[in-house]
Design a protein around this ligand. Sequence first.
Ligand code: GLA
Length: 382
Amino acid sequence: MTTIADAFAAAYGRAPEGVWSAPGRVNLIGEHTDYNNGFVLPFAIDYRTQAAIARREDREIHLRSTFADGEVVASLDALDPATMDGWSAYVLGVAWAAADAGVSMEGAFGLDILIDSRVPVGAGLSSSAALECAAGVAFNDLWGWDLDKLAIARLGRVAENTAVGAPTGLLDQAASMLGKEDHVVFLDCLTEEARPVPLHLREEGLGILVMNSNVEHEHATGGYGDRFRSCERGAKELGVESLREVDRDGLERALEVLDAETLRRVRHVVTENERVLATVDTLEEHGPRALGPLLDASQESMRDDFEITVREIDLACEAAVAGGAIGARMTGGGFGGSSIALVPLDKADAIADAVRAALAQAGLREPTIFPVVPSEGARRDS
Ligand code: GLA
């Protein structure tokens, strides 16, 4: 098997100085709450993006990958988000974001970089955050930034927002940076306090299946931005800084103030925040087998109130639960992408078969179904 070090040597004619990696993520619950200063509960998955790197004597970044032809070259003295595009924007954007945040790039040297990724693209599993965080941990080590994990996650978010142009929150990068084996990351997006919460999946004989609808989403345009703006409008009309400040009583008042559509959007965010907190409590008090009703309620809220699911996702979740899953819900930004099912391991194959059969019978696109394991966040591999 060719390793990334071999591929680097073939591309650049010398050995890399090190290899860094960062994972994609699944959000267990807490969707579209991050940019509303709410709560999220993601985990890092066992699909990673690797970056093999060696320093150069000039101040140029040379970027290649195992998934696209050619080489992108950028000067550290002329990093400009306006000229960044494609997958390389996720890497160069992190260097730009650091400089923009006041991290000194004066002593920084150029780099030869080769990227390889096992995180499925377009599946809603944050292949972009994996790329940003792999670059972030590598730059942090190589250029001696001395930033903590959350600070690196923030740079990844800024890169995504600026260089890529998607108005996303901190969910994906925080999961990729802070992930821990068999744990979810409980993040309060207002205070940016994070703590790992044990999942106990293995000892309970449970697993998580990703059901990729194979319907591709695009967050830089379209529905994601619309939802972002609906939430902004809702907050403004309710006279609050962010929807985090709205509770059940606030929802009552919202009934009188908001139009029907904005009310549904706001209701999703408010109830989803409650469900994240309830999920943490339930995990700590009763364990993962008790999570079914919360996962299913989140799916319903995304389907009926936030309206970000597609038929393929709704049906996959229904069929998974009917087939014996403990609970199932869409994960990520929506409009396609993936859903997840929490399943007893001994029923995983039967549940996957039931989901495929239900979609086939409805004449819908065949999903790609595979297990994911909550794993370690970004790190230096070698
Ligand atoms: C995408 C974004 C995240 C988050 C989710 C929805 O994954 O990148 O910041 O908003 O959608 O929860």
